[in-house]
Write a protein that binds this ligand. Structure first.
Ligand code: UT7
Length: 331
């Protein structure tokens, strides 16, 4: 079976910058607290009227240009988001209304912070089996329209930002180059440790005035629980990827972890004794952009000369679900 590899990448961050000090005007928080506990300095919010599909459009255009391809060359689209434009249809279909696509399937993936790696793994299978040759994988989020700008929601609100990233996968001519393996996990027992409860199809009606006024439509998180599990889960899934391919930590050139909290990534690096210069972080500028985070990181790592052909690269994520995952790539 043939390997797949990333043949084009692009990202888009909306221009509106929101600093920690801006948030401190709306809730009881401070620049010091946010920097110290999370590493975040600022994040970006989409302009009104823009959902993840419109952010994704620009990221996809950039990824296509990078791969020197057009939409007509694509065989499949996989769109990862936890903040879909609408309850249904999926954001992949909404993206198809914004750009001219052939009638390719649009699969929406709901795996939160692991959404991009889950999607990459699915795309990889279609290339491996020979069914498709060009698969578009998108991660895009607009959090800013669904977080609480008040002290009650401060633990979650300060963390999230909007953004989009896209990659195009194609077959690798060299069997040693490309995606080596994926390791995908979930533990649904803790689904409500980080979740948005309402509106919910389990309720009749799905949305009530009480849900709105009580704030049950905002994300709720047991931060300490998620933090602890994120450090353990990411460390384990990185080791799983290396061991499955007979590599050790010494072989790793670059770790691209999900960006939920800089302290999580620092603790993972410390636990595994990975030197800081081998870990790519950009949470300072964007906060947590969930499914968009890893493709944004890949684009910036390449721009900064930290992601180069021949390197052994590990992507790792952890998030709501609980879901966690890794991909090992010979770049
Ligand atoms: O995408 C994957 C999912 N997300 C994550 O992985 C996030 C994981 N969790 C975290 O990153 C951290 O738990 C947080 C950054 C959310 C919180 O940091 P912490 O060090 O675990 O703080 P804490 O929850 O123990 O809260 C300490 C104090 C509390 O006050 P009291 O009870 O000690 O008086 C909080 O109410 O900090 C308070 N606090 C805040 N203070 C100022 C919580 N959020 C804020 C805030 N600003 N934004």
């Amino acid at each position: 079976m043939r390997n797949s590899k990333i043949i084009g990448m692009g990202f888009y961050i909306p221009p509106k910058v929101v600093t920690n000090r801006d948030l401190a005007k709306l809730m009881d928080t401070s620049d010091e607290w946010i920097r110290e506990r999370t590493g975040i300095v600022e994040r970006h919010y989409a302009d009104e009227g823009n959902g993840p599909a419109s952010l994704a459009k620009i990221a996809v255009e950039r990824a296509l240009a990078d791969a020197q391809l057009e939409t007509k060359d694509l065989d499949l689209m996989i769109f990862a988001t936890l903040s879909p434009d609408y309850t249904f249809p999926g954001s992949g279909c909404v993206l198809q209304s914004l750009m001219e696509f052939p009638h390719i399937a649009a699969i929406d993936i709901r795996a939160q912070c692991s959404g991009f790696i889950y999607s990459l793994a699915i795309a990889d299978q279609f290339i491996k089996t020979g069914m498709y040759n060009r698969v578009l994988v998108v991660g895009a989020e607009v959090h800013s329209t669904g977080i609480e700008f008040a002290t009650r929601g401060r633990d979650v609100t300060v963390l999230f930002g909007d953004g989009a990233g896209a990659v195009i996968l194609g077959p690798s001519e060299d069997p040693r180059v490309g995606i080596l393996s994926h390791h995908l996990h979930a533990d649904g027992r803790h689904y409500n440790k980080l979740w948005v409860e309402c509106p919910g199809c389990v309720y009749t009606p799905r949305l009530t005035q009480e849900m709105v006024t009580s704030g049950r439509w905002y994300p709720k998180m047991d931060g300490k629980f998620i933090f602890r599990h994120a450090v353990e889960g990411m460390s384990r899934v990185i080791m799983e990827a290396l061991q499955a391919n007979n590599y050790t930590l010494a072989d790793l050139d670059l770790l691209v972890p999900h960006q939920a909290n800089l302290r999580i990534n620092q603790m993972v690096a410390k636990m595994l004794s990975i030197p800081e210069d081998k870990v790519f972080n950009n949470i300072m500028k964007y906060g947590n952009t969930t499914a968009a985070t890893i493709p944004i990181c890949l684009c910036e790592a390449r721009e900064e000369g930290k992601l180069k052909p021949g390197q052994l690269v590990c992507l790792a994520s952890f998030g709501s679900g609980l879901t966690w995952a890794s991909s090992l790539i010979r770049w």
